[in-house]
Design a protein around this ligand. Sequence first.
Ligand code: NAD
Ligand code: DAU
Length: 354
Amino acid sequence: MEFKRNILITGGAGFIGSHVVRLFVNKYPEYRIVNLDKLTYAGNLANLKDIENAPNYVFVRADICDFDTVCRIFSEYGIDGVIHLAAESHVDRSIKDPFTFARTNVLGTLSLLQAARNSWNGDWNGKLFYHISTDEVYGALKADGGFFTEETKYDPHSPYSASKASSDHFVRSFHDTYGMPTIVTNCSNNYGPYQFPEKLIPLFINNIRHGKPLPVYGTGENVRDWLYVEDHARAIDLIFHKGKVAETYNIGGFNEWRNIDLIHVIIKTADRLLGNPEGTSEHLIKFVTDRAGHDLRYAIDSRKLKSELGWEPSLQFEEGIEKTIRWYLDNQPWMDNITSGEYEKYYDEMYNNR
Ligand code: NAD
Ligand code: DAU
């Protein structure tokens, strides 16, 4: 079958990537979507069960750092567009093991860029390398200190954000040096179904369900700007098709929450959905040692994306968080499969090369 486009999505078995793959596979039957994912601890093919047999979907288990394999994928599938999400994504892990972050996020991105450059060989017509990045590259804002815009200077503090900042620079350098059509977007904290339960929201929902402590780092005063993951996927779709080459777009929903206030909302909603009297799980809150280098506040100014491309978040936070908590409570086998480690055994048996 001839496809109109052949798009490589990296990290498609992860949290955001699975929503992007699902959206593209369902919305664009005329495109072939090649999902390249190493299936690290964060990759889970159960996130894509509903589309795994779609005729326009291909899964390839590979490491983005494996340059020869990435080159082979470009030529085998005639890749003309890349949406690059594969990364090590958890700040706490980056503090313990920065090398893995430099390897995947920096060298892996470079390996993809170089493979795209070799494959496209100066014919940039109809090609795009779209890199998904984070607001954490901009550093930290004061409690009352404005917003990150596309002009904010990079000032990363964690090994994770330093590695993402470096990858952003490499992507832009391939545009400036070789003329490759590239776009970079920097998004705020995502929440929604299929997020790995090391991140605040799914971790806390699962701990409430099991009556386990809720570890609040420091005083809980840190502020994050939360966006429903499907709204991020919609923005990625819009920018992939309508974004201007060499531009940067910030993505966020103007939805700031102090961690401790968000945690109270999660507790209240989860208790209600679990049929517990209000306040039942409040005693689970446990203030613990702060994250090293913990950025105080992130807040994205996404007015450029709204004014130039007309994107806006579709969900109000109250609706999104309730939908999310309900999803985790309704999909307990998904969560239990992860927390028991069963999902990894499944892949070991399936691929035997993990
Ligand atoms: P995730 O950890 O849930 O998923 C990452 C995916 O990448 C996994 O499927 C994993 O198996 C795969 N992967 C990791 N190393 C790989 C390698 N070497 N080769 C191939 N695949 C590999 O991450 P996420 O939260 O979905 O984030 C996706 C992207 O979006 C990342 O680039 C992240 O920096 C960025 N981002 C995330 C957020 C957020 O709130 N989660 C916000 C802004 C930007
Ligand atoms: O801002 C975008 C970033 O958001 C993405 O680039 C990252 O990939 C993603 O992981 C996320 O980073 P954060 O560090 O903000 O997310 P996390 O869920 O780890 O933490 C959210 C906030 O909650 C943060 O201030 C730390 C705090 N926290 C987190 C955990 C896991 C706690 O207080 N306790 C916890 O147990």
